[in-house]
Structure formats: structure tokens, C-alpha cells
Ligand binder design. Structure first.
Ligand code: ADP
Ligand code: MG
Length: 734
């Protein structure tokens, strides 16, 4: 089939699309009843577990108490009965290897009974621990294949759930994934470790302020997820979208996002059906999705759930990405989670809204109403300032990936410089404290200086700033650098760890300054704030993060700007990182080294694959299309010569301008593809860091060169000769 046929067939299929899934009827199945129906939730546990077992499990989930292994058998049996009643046939330990995806291996509940029949079986051991040959997962040199054993361990704090497939239901148990020597091979383990460190240090601060709570302090995450939905038929006609998840070719359409008519616009009906069904599936899984809207770019959308405990929210986000991919297929759509599927229009991010606290104390980043709470809030606030200033590089590293490099710093996402937006009011209050002259907080409300030197703060202390990577938004911070396809676990773990470190520092300092006398507390807080602001206020920036002025200013302030992934990933093994992660037992030096190695490898593999795709597509799709056009043009010229001769018009030459243009574009294209191929094949590097550098400096620019030539060709070539679905079609035919 010629390419142009594939393309027009795709369009035809789309324009005659009939919805396959029956429309949802929420009146028949109320979300309030459906919500969480596939979760082995607190309610189910309460109903099905003996009281003592339930209580003990709750203690573990809520208070982080040690899990009593003798309970596992009873829980497993209840879980199995519940799952089988609901139609499950298999169970799986879901884990989160360093590939960024989730992994699972299904096991049947069935076991031979010895006399030709079967019984169902699911023991406590099967629930709490799994063992698998996991040698094909990246380990960054942590294991050699002969010691390939990996263990999965039940994470009690993230509830088990049922995944429904068209034919079959599987009980899924969230787990941590470790090597047999106890080394973390996944994304969850360090997050759980960092939660513990955070709780320990935050509790010290709460004690200093006589703030009582029975619950541990945890971190929360609210994750906004952006993505594109385009018709599946287009994807089949585009090897780049199919394999790389982004377009490696494609001329800019006449209309992009410049009208700003898409943001918050009315959703196309098919998209709305798809998202409604996605939400239904997410409700069943107990994922509290709340908002949905059109994003800035054409065919771009966002959904966001209500925030939850970090570990749970992040598991839920992984599930959400899976559900989005699956459900969109049923509606003839493909969900593109790539950070930059289309050049020239906005890419997709994932905003991580971060706070710490618990159900009793609320968010510890909430200024509160009384000066007493203010003081504690200010301690948490300056702890975050210190943490970001000291370890911004580590946070930046968690947003590093080949795909996200196309987005960060590209005037649609914050720059790679880690700074904090506080808003004028808070920045002003801190500045007053720093210089020792507290006279009032700006804004509507008057400040109450009655108690010591600490002003009550307005509940909404400032405007929003979209250009900052780390912005204070009233009772939480919003980290905006993460890419849409990236798991948020590493970011959450870094935030927890840098908070733990700064709270540790603050608690130690306050303990020393107060010498156990609560009367000295406010003066001590004042001193602490002064000291931290003196040293770390350089990280605060309330202006336009996209501007060139800020890049210069940031450099002057000594803030690092790691523009690309290879540079950013170096932070993983800096002495500071090794010391920090080691002190709070989040990741050992070996574990950090392994992670760095894996992420660098991923970077290289991504670019190598894309470069190979560029070469293949250029040679087999783009170039031949150009040749066909060239032949057509040449034919026209020959015809014109013949006519001129026939009509005896010796002074008339055929106009070959277009033919010449196409010819020279094709020649340049061929040369550029050969050039790309040779740098891809002939790179010399002693290690993966050098390899990554080679890809960034030599390979990527040549890929772009090939693309630019191909895109020029696209704008000249007749529609019916161009085989690839165009940007206009992909983005605007719905
Ligand atoms: P916006 O697009 O204006 O940033 P959204 O409503 O799309 O806001 O998303 C905000 C996210 O922040 C939601 O997931 C919300 O639940 C979450 N969030 C709200 N309060 C907190 C908090 N204290 N801690 C963490 N996340 C929070
Ligand atoms: Mg947001």
C-alpha cells in the first residue's frame, strides 16, 4: 500500500468512527457506590478480618508499627476469599523497577490437590513475599546474572486491588523490590525509607512546639497529570509515535496553540467519553480523581486526583497512567504520555504538589491563624528553603530524562535552575526577620506583633507564579519540573530527605538555643530564621523564571543550571548526595551509583533508538516521497521542453526552480542522514557518561538537522505524495 493510501485510510476510519463502548450511565451505577469497589480497603478489612488482626494491621498502616508476620496468613486468606468472590483467578506482586514502568508476574490461585483436582491457595508467605528471577531488570551492576534473585515485599500501606481485564481479574499487591542482599532495586523502597526519616525529624520540631499528635508525620502528594489523546489510526501510520512515543518528523501546522482557544475549552465528545470511562475505572480502584480539563496545546488534556499520602498517591499515579493507556484504546485513541510528542507546541508535565503533616495536624506548610502556629510554620518553611538551596541539584536530577530535556527550560516548563517562589508577602516577612526589624506584613491584613516578633500570616500569602519550578501555593509546594511520563517517587523521596535533613538541623539548633526553656522558644526561632535566611535566601526568586535576566542572575547567585540529563544525573553521586542519603538511610552509595548508571543507560538507549528511527524513516519514508515528487517535477520540466520545442519557442526554458529546490533538499537530506549514521556508529567512549555526552553533543543535533530538512520537504511536497500523517491531521481531526 502506498503511504498516501495509509494516510487517507486513517482519516477515513476516523471520520466514520462509531463509538464501540456503550455510553456510561452513572445514574445506574453511582460513583459513590462504585468508588473503591475493587480495593481491599479499610472497610473490607474491617468486615472480613478478626478484630485483633484488623487492629494490628491498622497500627502498621496508620502508625508505621512493625508488621506482625503471624498475621499474614489470616490476611491472605481473607484477601483470597474476597478476590475470588469478585472473580479473580490470579494474583501478582506489582513492583516498580527502575525502568519507570510497573512490573508484574501473574500466579494462579490454583494448586493441584494430589488427586487430579485443584484447590485454591494463597498463604501469608505468598502475600508478604515473592521471589523471582529478576535478572532482566536493570540493576546498574548491583547483581550479576548468576545471583539474579529479586524479592518483592508486601507494602501494607498501599492497599491491594483488583485489575479487571476483558477476560480475567487479577489481585494486585503493591510491593517493594529488593535484591537478596537487601539492596533496593525499585522506586518504592527509598520512598518508604525517606518517609521514616521525615517522620523522625518532623516529630522533633512538633515536640519543641508542644504540638501533640498520635499519628506519624507523613508526606502528601497531589499529582496533576498531563497527556495527549490522538486517534490510534494516526499512530499506526507513524513509526516514530509507535516506537518512540513522540514525532521525530513533522512540519509545523498553520495553526498551533497560538489562539489559546484550547485551554479550558469544551472537550471533544469522544475525549469526554474516554475520560469519563477512565474516571470510572479509577473510581473502582479507589483513586480520587477530581478535575479534568483541556490543556494549552491542541489535543492535550489534564486530570488530577485529590492529594493522598505520598506513597499511595504515587502508586495511584502509576495506575492512572496504565488505565489511561488502556481505556483510550477502547475509544480508538492513543494516550501519549511522552513529555514532548509534538515540536512547536507545549509538552506535558506532571506537577507534584507536596506537603507534610497528618490527619490531625493538617499541612505543616499551612501558615495557620495564630502566631504560635506561625512560628512552627516558619520553621518548616525555612527548612524547605535551606533544603532546596543545599540540595536543589538532587531535586533537579529526579526530573532528568531524555524525554524531559525537550521540555525543561523551553518557555513552557520551568528552567532547570532550582529556585523557590514564595510570593511577595512571605518573602517580605522573612526579609523583615532576617534584618531584625519586624514591622508588619504587606497586604490587606494588619500584622499582629503582640506575641514576640512573629506576625500572623495571611492564609493566602501570595499570587501564583507559573514559571517557578518550586512554588509555594498557600499550604503546599508545587514542583513543576517533572515530566508527564515520569514516576514521582524519586522526587517525593528527595523532598522527604532534604526536609528531614533541614528539620534535623533546625531541631538541633532550637534545642541548643532554648536549653529546654519554652520561654526562649520564639527568640530561638527568630535566630534560626535569621541564620537560615542569611545563608540560603539566594534560592528564593519571585520573578519570571523564563527570562534571560534570571539565568544571568541565578548564575551570579551560584545556583546550578543543569540543562541536560547527563549533567543533571551527576548529582546522584556527589559527595553531598552520598552523605545526605547515607545519613538518613534512604540510599547507600552503591544504590546511588547503580541508579545513576541505570538512568544514564536509559538516556543513551532512548537517543540511540530515536536516532535509528530517524535514519530508518528518513531513508524509507521521507526520502522516497521526495524522490517521487522530484520525478513528477522532472516529468513536468521534460514535458515543458517538449512543448516548447513543438511550438518552436527557442527562448522559453521550463521553470526548474522547484525541481532544483527539491533536488538540493534531497541531496542535503541524504548527506545529513549519512552524517547521523556515522556519528551514531563511530562514537568512541570509555564509559556510559562519555557515551551520553556523545549522544547529546553529536547525535541529537544531527537528528534535528535531518528533521529540519525533512520538514522543509514536507511543506513543498503535494499532500497526496506525503506518506506521514501531518501535524494538522493528528492534532485537529478528532
Ligand atoms: P492547579 O492546576 O491550580 O495547580 P489543581 O486543582 O489542578 O491545581 O491541582 C492541585 C493539586 O494539589 C490537587 O491534586 C490537590 O489535591 C493537591 N493539593 C491540595 N492541597 C494539597 C496539600 N496540602 N498537599 C498536597 N497536595 C495538595
Ligand atoms: Mg498545578
Amino acid at each position: 500500500m502506498s503511504g498516501s493510501n495509509a494516510r487517507s485510510n486513517a482519516i477515513q476510519a476516523i471520520t466514520s468512527y462509531k463509538s464501540e463502548p456503550a455510553p456510561l450511565n452513572f445514574a445506574g451505577a453511582r460513583p459513590t457506590e462504585i468508588y473503591g469497589c475493587n480495593v481491599f480497603s479499610d472497610k473490607v478489612m474491617k468486615e472480613r478480618l478478626p478484630r485483633v488482626v484488623y487492629r494490628s494491621l491498622r497500627e502498621t498502616i496508620e502508625r508505621g508499627r512493625h508488621l506482625d508476620p503471624s498475621l499474614a496468613d489470616i490476611v491472605a486468606s481473607a484477601m483470597k476469599d474476597w478476590a475470588i468472590e469478585k472473580g479473580a483467578t490470579h494474583f501478582t506482586h506489582v513492583f516498580y523497577p527502575l525502568t519507570g514502568l510497573s512490573a508484574e508476574k501473574h500466579d494462579s490461585f490454583l494448586s493441584p490437590d494430589g488427586s487430579g483436582g485443584v484447590i485454591t491457595e494463597f498463604s501469608g508467605k505468598m502475600l508478604s513475599q515473592g521471589e523471582s528471577d529478576a535478572s532482566s531488570f536493570p540493576s546498574g551492576g548491583l547483581r550479576s546474572t548468576f545471583e539474579a534473585r529479586g524479592y518483592t515485599a508486601w507494602d501494607v500501606t498501599s492497599p491491594a486491588y483488583l485489575m479487571e481485564y476483558t477476560s480475567g481479574i487479577v489481585l494486585c499487591i503493591p510491593t517493594a523490590f529488593l535484591s537478596w542482599t537487601g539492596v533496593a532495586l525499585d522506586r518504592k523502597t527509598p520512598l518508604l525509607r525517606s518517609n521514616q526519616a521525615l517522620n523522625r525529624q518532623a516529630s522533633r520540631i512538633l515536640r519543641l512546639f508542644d504540638k501533640k499528635t498520635d499519628l506519624p508525620i507523613v508526606s502528601f502528594a497531589g499529582l496533576e497529570q498531563e497527556f495527549f489523546l490522538i486517534d490510534r489510526n494516526f499512530v499506526f501510520g507513524r513509526p516514530d509515535l509507535l516506537i518512540a512515543g513522540r514525532t521525530l518528523f513533522g512540519a509545523k501546522p498553520a495553526k498551533g496553540q497560538e489562539f489559546e482557544d484550547q485551554y479550558y475549552g469544551v472537550m471533544p465528545r469522544r475525549v469526554l467519553s474516554c475520560l469519563s470511562e477512565t474516571e470510572l475505572e479509577l473510581y473502582k480502584l479507589g483513586i480520587p480523581v477530581r478535575t479534568r480539563h483541556n490543556e494549552v496545546a491542541p489535543s492535550q488534556y489534564e486530570i488530577a486526583p485529590v492529594f493522598e499520602a505520598g506513597n499511595l498517591a504515587i502508586d495511584h499515579n502509576q495506575l492512572m497512567m496504565t488505565v489511561l493507556r488502556n481505556v483510550s484504546k477502547r475509544h480508538g485513541l492513543t494516550c501519549l504520555l511522552h513529555e514532548k510528542p509534538f515540536l512547536g507546541i507545549n509538552g506535558s508535565g506532571k506537577h507534584l504538589n507536596y506537603s507534610i503533616g497528618n490527619a490531625e495536624v493538617g499541612s505543616l506548610f499551612d501558615p495557620g491563624d495564630t502566631p504560635h502556629e506561625n512560628a512552627m510554620f516558619l520553621v518548616f518553611l525555612v527548612a524547605a528553603i535551606r533544603g532546596l538551596h543545599k540540595y536543589g541539584g538532587l531535586l533537579r536530577a529526579t526530573a532528568a530524562a531524555a524525554s524531559n530535556d525537550h521540555r525543561l527550560g523551553a518557555n513552557e516548563a520551568p528552567p532547570a535552575i532550582m529556585s523557590m517562589f514564595l510570593g511577595d508577602q512571605l518573602a517580605d516577612v522573612l526579609e523583615q526577620i532576617r534584618i531584625g526589624k519586624v514591622h508588619g506584613s504587606r497586604g490587606k491584613r494588619l500584622m499582629n506583633v503582640g506575641v514576640d516578633t512573629l506576625p500572623p500570616l495571611p492564609a493566602d500569602p501570595g499570587d501564583r507564579n507559573r514559571t517557578s519550578p518550586f512554588a509555594f501555593t498557600g499550604n503546599r509546594f508545587e514542583f513543576r519540573a517533572l515530566g508527564s511520563s515520569m514516576p514521582a517517587s524519586a522526587t517525593q523521596a528527595v523532598l522527604n530527605t532534604i526536609m528531614a535533613d533541614s528539620l534535623d538541623f533546625a531541631a538541633t539548633r532550637l534545642e541548643r538555643l532554648t536549653e529546654g526553656d519554652p520561654g526562649k522558644r520564639n527568640a530561638a526561632v527568630h535566630t534560626l530564621i535569621q541564620e537560615i535566611m542569611e545563608e540560603h535566601s539566594a534560592v528564593i526568586f519571585n520573578g519570571d523564571g523564563y527570562s534571560e535576566v534570571w539565568h544571568q542572575e541565578a548564575e551570579r547567585r551560584g545556583l546550578p543550571n543543569y540543562r541536560t540529563t547527563p549533567e543533571a544525573l551527576m548529582a546522584y553521586t556527589s559527595p553531598d548526595a552520598i552523605d545526605l542519603y547515607g545519613r538518613y538511610n534512604v540510599l547507600s552509595r552503591t544504590e546511588l551509583k547503580a541508579r545513576q548508571e541505570i538512568y544514564i543507560e536509559q538516556y543513551c538507549k532512548t537517543i540511540r533508538t530515536e536516532a535509528n528511527l530517524v535514519i530508518r524513516m528518513a531513508r524509507t519514508i521521507v526520502y522516497p516521497a521526495g524522490l517521487r515528487y522530484q520525478r513528477e517535477l522532472a516529468g513536468v520540466c521534460l514535458d515543458m521542453c517538449a512543448i516548447n520545442k513543438e511550438l518552436n519557442r527557442p527562448n522559453r526554458e521550463p521553470d526548474t526552480a522547484l525541481l532544483d529546490q527539491v533536488e538540493s533538499l534531497l541531496a542535503a537530506l541524504r548527506k545529513a542522514v549519512d552524517g547521523l549514521e556515522s556519528v551514531l556508529e563511530n562514537g568512541e567512549y570509555a564509559n556510559s557518561v562519555q557515551e551520553a555526552h556523545h549522544y547529546r553533543v553529536e547525535v541529537l543535533p544531527r537528528m534535528e538537522e535531518v528533521r529540519a530538512l525533512a520538514d522543509s520537504l514536507e511543506t513543498l511536497t503535494p499532500e497526496d505524495l506525503w506518506p506521514l500523517p501531518s501535524y494538522q491531521e493528528m492534532l485537529f481531526i478528532k
